[in-house]
Design a protein around this ligand. Structure first.
Ligand code: AMP
Length: 128
């Protein structure tokens, strides 16, 4: 499946550099398909990022173009990480920002896992 308007993958993006070991991270999980680490600027008591190891720009790119085994392996890792973080009883939120309207900052597909407190509204109301 083709996705229109995708930028080319930037090998210098910060998550590519973390995957190559050029920048440190606080790792919580790694397997053949995914790496999970604490967000550098946490928005909740638990805020972990899960990234695929492949060169996917965004959620749109990943879900259209990644091989089935990588898609399955990645999402299994998201569930496993949330469980390992002890979030299943209290609950958690998973979120992926895709493109400018969502404010995606890093052009390597990633999922945020938030937890550790009541997280409130899913989307804040628009500024008045
Ligand atoms: P997004 O806006 O969805 O692209 O989210 C990018 C996230 O990456 C933000 O929550 C940043 O705090 C986080 N981030 C940026 N650089 C790093 C880094 N070196 N280590 C961990 N998290 C980072």
């Amino acid at each position: 499946m083709s996705v229109s308007g995708l930028p080319p993958y930037d090998d210098q993006n910060v998550f590519a550099r973390i995957l190559r070991g050029e920048i440190p991270c606080r790792k919580v999980h790694e397997d053949p398909h995914a790496l999970a680490f604490h967000d550098i600027n946490p928005q909740a008591p638990v805020h972990v990022l899960v990234i695929p190891k492949g060169r996917w720009v965004s959620a749109a790119d990943f879900h259209a173009n990644a091989p089935e085994a990588e898609v399955a392996g990645f999402w299994r890792a998201v569930g496993l990480v949330a469980r390992q973080l002890g979030l299943e009883q209290g609950g958690y939120r998973i979120l992926s920002n895709m493109g400018p309207d969502a404010g995606q900052e890093v052009p390597h597909f990633h999922v945020h896992i938030f937890g550790g407190r009541r997280l409130g509204r899913m989307i804040p109301p628009p500024a008045a």
